[in-house]
Design a protein around this ligand. Structure first.
Ligand SMILES: C[S@@+](CC[C@H](N)C(=O)[O-])C[C@H]1O[C@@H](n2cnc3c(N)ncnc32)[C@H](O)[C@@H]1O
Length: 241
């Protein structure tokens, strides 16, 4: 099974339980509720009502629904994800709102997004970059953001010593063994494999600058346990040039 197939299989299995499982995991590791974490990501992103917004790796559409419920966006909110089952649940959750919304969901890869250059005012991405090839997705985000457009990414951060071979193997093994009994092989494999995409704040700053993002602001969010990896929020703008 390729890494991509493992991710799709893991999230297909997880889709019906997704919000509950993530809420439990965020509370356990960080002391954040899932709702609180997403509200914080949105609050850290300046937006205007008429903005055209993309949520990359939207999952079950939690971020787009929250944007609409909060009355933040009246223009267009697009959610993109590679796993059909996550989008299907997202579509059901949107329908449960019981009113027309400006949300559109699209199945596709964040590594080759089916959108025009310079299209979005705002791009958000929550809890997903550890499943993505970060340089490739940053190049795509830069391509489809308008000049001056805003990007906010929230995800788990790493520590510099995670790159040491012995430590990396131990963390990978620990991650696999944590997820396997609870969530099955595909999720265990995809979470353990994701470790190589987890970046430190310094690595995020360098990578965002490499892709010509400006006004880079990286916040380490509070967490409840010293041993847990820190949640990070990366906010930046696409340069005007
Ligand atoms: C942990 S979930 C995060 C979902 C949502 N952003 C949230 O905040 O709850 C990770 C999501 O990334 C999606 N994903 C993984 N690889 C992807 C890719 N290459 N392109 C688009 N979506 C991807 C998965 O299908 C899954 O829905």
């Amino acid at each position: 099974m390729s890494e991509k197939q493992a991710i799709i299989s893991a999230f297909t299995d997880l889709a019906p339980r997704y919000e509950k499982v993530v809420d439990g995991e965020l509370k356990r590791f960080w002391g954040w509720s899932y709702d609180g974490f997403i509200e914080n990501l949105i609050a850290m992103t300046p937006m205007a009502e008429e903005d055209v917004v993309l949520d990359v790796a939207t999952g079950t559409s939690v971020i787009p629904i929250k944007l609409v419920e909060q009355g933040k966006i009246k223009g267009q909110v697009v959610g993109l994800d590679i796993t059909q089952a996550m989008l299907k649940r997202g579509q059901q959750r949107i329908a449960a709102l019981g009113k027309p919304t400006c949300i559109a969901l699209t199945c596709g890869s964040a590594m080759a997004m089916p959108f025009k250059d310079n299209y979005f005012d705002v791009i958000l991405c929550g809890l997903a970059t550890h499943h993505l090839d970060v340089p490739v997705v940053l190049a795509e985000m830069r391509r489809i953001l308008k000049p001056g457009g805003r990007l906010t990414i929230a995800d788990v951060g790493g520590a510099a010593n995670w790159r040491l071979p012995g430590i990396r193997t131990l963390i990978r093994l620990g991650t696999f063994l944590y997820f396997w009994p609870k969530e099955g092989f595909a999720r265990a494999r995809s979470e353990a494999g994701a470790l190589s995409h987890v970046l430190t704040p310094e690595e995020w700053r360098t990578k965002l600058a490499d892709y010509e993002f400006t006004q880079i602001d990286i916040t380490r969010l509070p967490k409840s346990h010293n041993w847990a990896p820190a949640p990070l929020v990366m906010a930046a703008r696409k340069g005007l040039g």
